[in-house]
Design a protein around this ligand. Structure first.
Ligand code: HEC
Length: 113
């Protein structure tokens, strides 16, 4: 069967893909900022200079969240990728890469108010 001649090549390609997926994703705060300005700004002050959120005083500003002593990349990433039944915030359907971008953007606001 000549099909089996291609088997080693297939296995090599599959191994290559798996290795690429195992590589650590490098969060991109700029991409997180762009996304936040479109999807989170209805309830949060995302960045300085932004118009007031549609729902004033609803969600904490991202700078305030970043300045909480408990805020960390892991805690923000976890909040954004898990469902919270009792939260007033709708569950955003985000890929883990998007959640990483957003978490890194929020933390980049640390020190600002
Ligand atoms: C419909 C309004 C709404 C939208 C849209 C929204 N949020 Fe929120 N968010 C809230 C509210 C309200 C809270 C305050 C916590 C609560 O009530 O559960 C909150 C809290 C948070 C917190 C703090 C969680 C904590 O540990 O206390 C983070 C981080 C956050 N939001 C990120 C985001 C991001 C990122 C987006 C966009 C993808 C987003 N939010 C979109 C309403 C919203």
């Amino acid at each position: 069967m000549h099909l089996f001649r291609w088997l080693p090549l297939g296995l090599i390609l599959m191994a290559g893909t798996a290795t690429a997926q195992l590589q650590q994703y490098r969060p991109n705060p700029q991409a997180g900022r762009e996304m936040a300005l479109h999807t989170c700004d209805a309830c949060h002050i995302v960045a300085a200079g932004q118009l007031a959120p549609l729902v004033p005083g609803y969600g904490p500003s991202f700078a305030d969240i970043a300045n909480r002593p408990t805020a960390s990349f892991a805690s923000l990433q976890a909040f954004l990728t898990t469902y919270h039944p009792r939260s007033n915030m709708p569950y955003p359907t985000l890929s883990s890469a998007q959640a990483s971008d957003l978490a890194s953007f929020i933390l980049s606001l640390r020190g600002r108010r």
